[in-house]
Design a protein around this ligand. Structure first.
Ligand SMILES: Cc1cc2nc3c(=O)[nH]c(=O)nc-3n(C[C@H](O)[C@H](O)[C@H](O)COP(=O)(O)OP(=O)(O)OC[C@H]3O[C@@H](n4cnc5c(N)ncnc54)[C@H](O)[C@@H]3O)c2cc1C
Length: 432
């Protein structure tokens, strides 16, 4: 039986193994195995909500082993280190830190991306990234610790003193995170820290280009800017960061942006170890270069999907690193693996942009792309509903309609209590 290995159970990888398991795995045409460094999946576009305590990871996590049992694939927890293409071997570090070798006939690499600091000095040492569940939880813990220590000195500090948070990157990640922070501090205040309110936060979003959300239409970016500014968030455009130090960011123009907390969300790249892994062709951002069929250019038995993929489109631009593109690639890849096994001609992946919605705490703004050409702007509750719907559609691909409905109900209940619980627990620990 053919061994199909998928590395990475993210937005693209988990949809792919679920599809392959339900078709080729169920009918014993192939043995499907997912390998991921974590034991559970959380949809990455929700990371800013995890970081600010809005989301309950206990409700929204999907455990790979359980998903595999129901959808006919195996799961191994481990990290990909290297590939030997001649022998079709993968070198994996398992969860006990042991190096193991795993054989494959067909391999799919879907390990996503990490923040790109472009080698800016001091960023690694002083900034927090928002790359995965662990970094989101670390960001949440750091925020709570900062709020707690600020509370203990609040009576002795001058009134104008604030917690300064600087976020580099005016893309969707930085903007969505900034919009959630004021409500996080309000919740923290409600939970026994009644001196805390959003006025005590000074949030700055720093963007190198001339506006935030450069990939979205100017009118959407303007609307989002206004919403953020109404919430007291400062936006600095045309501001290039040249280094980070313990007291803040230093700009190309010689200014210092003082910060108690520094967060880096500017740009993405595939993880460094992917660069030319196993002799495969990679881009400047370490992404694996693929043919239209999503097979890597130097090896037809290795596919790549999602953020770690450089898939050039007819418009001369690579497919963007979005959950939407990862979802479409997973569909094409599942189809092509089936075709490869049946020795049928493979299909080409074509990215169709359906628009982008930016969620801004309790509202949202964005554009919907109709028929590939026309864009209509949407905002408010309808846009927020659209953003939520994207997540539910991802869950429907993985779990089906009934389970997704149960998840949605559980999330609704937990949403009302969880952020308070996070802060209340923290407060009770502080009092010990
Ligand atoms: C805060 C935030 C908000 C976003 N909002 C949106 C949005 O609104 N809309 C949108 O379309 N996109 C959004 N994105 C982008 C979107 O999340 C990504 O494009 C998408 O998740 C990419 O899917 P993927 O399958 O390629 O990778 P991921 O979903 O990142 O999954 C990668 C998987 O690989 C695993 N992995 C990594 N390295 C290894 C290794 N060495 N060995 C084994 N496993 C490994 C990881 O544990 C993970 O499970 C957002 C991203 C962020 C960070």
């Amino acid at each position: 039986m053919e061994k199909i290995i998928v590395i990475g159970g993210g937005a693209g990888g988990l949809e792919l193994v679920t599809r392959l398991g339900d078709t080729l795995g169920k009918s014993n045409q192939a043995e499907i195995t997912l390998i991921d460094q974590n034991s559970y999946h959380l949809w990455k576009p929700l990371l800013h909500e995890l970081a600010t305590g809005v989301l309950d990871e206990q409700v929204d996590n999907i455990y790979y082993a359980a998903q595999g049992q129901q959808h006919h694939f195996l799961f191994k927890q481990g990290s990909l280190l290297n590939i030997n293409r001649d022998d079709k071997h993968l070198f994996i570090t398992d969860m006990n830190g042991q190096d193991i070798i795993v054989d494959y006939d067909i391999l799919v690499i879907a390990i996503g991306s990490v923040a790109n600091d472009f080698g800016t000095p001091g960023v690694k040492e002083h900034c927090i990234y928002l790359d995965d569940q662990n970094s989101a939880i670390k960001l949440r813990e750091t925020l709570i610790a900062k709020f707690s220590s600020f509370c203990s000195i609040i009576d002795t500090t001058p009134e104008e003193d604030k917690i300064h948070i600087a976020i580099v990157g005016g893309g969707a990640t930085g903007v969505e995170l900034a919009s959630e922070l004021p409500s996080m501090v309000e919740t923290f205040g409600v939970c026994g820290r009644n001196k805390m309110c959003s006025d005590l936060l000074a949030i700055t979003v720093i963007e190198a280009t001339d506006r935030i959300l450069p990939s979205l239409p100017e009118s959407t970016a303007k609307g989002v800017s206004e919403t953020l500014q109404k919430r007291g968030i400062r936006i600095l455009t045309n501001t290039m960061i040249t280094k980070a130090e313990s007291d803040g960011f230093y700009t190309k123009d010689g200014d210092i942006i003082k910060a108690d907390m520094m967060i880096w969300t500017a740009g993405i790249k595939a993880p460094d170890f992917l660069k030319n892994i196993g002799g495969l062709e990679s881009s400047r951002s370490n992404q694996l270069v693929v043919k239209p069929t999503l097979q890597t250019t130097r090896d037809d038995s290795i596919f790549a999907i999602g953020d770690c993929t450089y898939a050039m489109q007819d418009n001369g631009r690579p497919a963007p690193p979005t959950a939407q593109a990862a979802h479409h690639m997973a569909q094409t890849c599942a189809d092509n693996i089936d075709r490869l096994l049946k020795k049928k001609p493979l299909k080409s992946f074509k990215y169709h942009d359906r628009g982008t919605i930016i969620s801004l705490h309790d509202t949202a703004q964005g554009v919907m792309t109709i028929s590939g050409n026309y864009q209509i702007g949407i905002k408010g509750r309808l846009a927020l509903l659209g953003h939520r719907l994207l997540y539910r559609m991802h869950q429907i691909c993985l779990l089906g309609i009934v389970k997704t409905w149960r998840f949605a109900r559980a999330s609704k209940v937990m949403h009302k209590t969880k952020s308070s619980a996070i802060f209340t627990n923290r407060n009770s620990t502080d009092r010990k």
